[in-house]
Design a binder for this molecule. Structure first.
Ligand SMILES: Cc1cc2nc3c(=O)[nH]c(=O)nc-3n(C[C@H](O)[C@H](O)[C@H](O)COP(=O)(O)O)c2cc1C
Length: 364
């Protein structure tokens, strides 16, 4: 028994599931290859990855499977270089944590704070993945046209109706409706992210009625019941991030995997203290104390560099206190299964859920 939506054929998928891009480690080449080989869409989160490394990892995946995969980048503009004096308060705010982890004091960070987006976009044109998506902003029309000419499907994240409509107007092939439950960075780019937290159930319906391009549902979907619900709402595919964090193929740190598996209801918070932009993750000392102190932070992604060595050292020590434990609100539903097994289970759960619903329909 198979579960296929019209979008599956367009994307070249055997199941209507996208393994969400997860920049910063979790969406490793091993996870992308395993998800794509299993018939879902494996997605690289390459926001922090240099073009040469992007090409290397894509070649690795292509040596493992001929099935399609996706690449995702952050398309938000970078801040102007921040003078050392203007960084002092943000560095002082985290200095105690650096000391606690036995690290030298945090140093002034220097621009550029992230890889050059244009060079990354040029790499996309060379790699030619089946699907390319942007997060945190839209993309200029020329690039969209270029990628479409190369037969790349182009998508973008929307956290409100206005963003979905903007992406459609620019010529995007599809939109990813990211509900407020979602783990990781809020994709908001037209409105204040804290004012764009509509839940997946409401957002997917609102977006599906407002645009004619296909909609992908993201946020809080962890199992087949969730996938079936997303399809019932009008989504063509479901994008799952947190569900894939505990997979053995995921590049998330062990402490991140363990804490996602041990998550309890309402254990997540939104914070901009790790990177400079709001993202949802499991509450920990860093998030709680930085929020309580109303601590200053640098603009995104300079703040990511400020907390970089701290996050790494904390993860390496198996201490979740200072790790960005990005996860969505439904994290307690997570399962530690190999990616192919997880995808197969989700598919059979979705089929059972849809059959169950069908069984409730009777001729009058
Ligand atoms: C660890 C982690 C990292 C993420 N990184 C990215 C990213 O690089 N690009 C992106 O478009 N979305 C990113 N997201 C958000 C996902 O695309 C998606 O919206 C989210 O995972 C859906 O909610 P869920 O986690 O409840 O499944 C990330 C999510 C997580 C959990």
């Amino acid at each position: 028994m198979k579960l296929e939506t019209p979008l599956c054929a367009r994307f070249g998928l055997a199941v209507p599931i996208i393994q969400a891009p997860m920049a910063g480690g979790p969406s490793s080449q091993e996870l992308v290859a395993a998800c794509s080989a299993a018939g879902a869409l494996g997605s690289f989160g390459f926001a922090y990855t240099q073009p040469e490394e992007m090409k290397k990892q894509c070649a690795w995946v292509r040596a493992k499977t001929e099935r399609p995969f996706a690449i995702n980048l952050f398309s938000s503009p970078l801040p102007a270089p921040i003078a050392p004096a203007a960084q002092r308060a943000a560095l002082d705010a985290v200095a105690g944590y650096y000391r606690e982890m036995g690290l030298p004091a945090p140093e002034t960070v220097t621009a550029p704070y992230a890889p050059d987006l244009n060079a990354q976009l040029d790499a996309i044109a060379q790699i030619r993945p089946r699907v390319f998506t942007v997060h945190l902003n839209d993309l200029n029309k020329d690039r969209i046209k270029q990628f479409k000419t190369l037969d790349i499907l182009v998508g973008g994240s929307a956290t409100c109706v206005a963003e979905a409509q903007r992406l459609e107007q620019l010529g995007f092939d599809f939109v990813v409706a990211q509900g407020g439950e979602a783990g990781g960075h809020r994709g908001s780019f037209l409105r204040d992210p804290y004012q764009s937290l509509t839940g997946t159930l409401a957002l997917v319906r609102l977006v599906a009625r407002a645009v004619t391009v296909p909609v992908v549902a993201a946020g809080g979907i962890m199992d087949g019941e969730g996938v079936a619900a997303a399809l019932a709402l009008g989504a063509g595919l479901a994008q799952l991030g947190t569900a894939f964090i505990p997979c053995p193929e995921s590049g998330a740190s062990q402490v991140h995997k363990d804490l996602v598996l041990a998550a309890t209801e309402d254990g997540t918070r939104l914070t901009e203290k790790f990177s400079g932009k709001p993202a949802r993750g499991l509450a920990n000392r860093f998030i709680d104390e930085m929020a309580a102190a109303n601590a200053p932070q640098l603009a995104f992604p300079a703040q990511n560099a400020v907390t970089g060595r701290l996050r790494q050292a904390s993860a390496k020590a198996g201490n979740g206190d200072f790790v960005a434990l990005w996860a969505g609100q439904a994290a307690p539903l997570s399962r530690a299964l190999p990616a192919a097994e997880l995808i197969a289970r989700i598919e059979s759960e979705a089929i059972a859920a849809i059959r169950n619903l069908k069984g409730m329909v009777h001729d009058a």
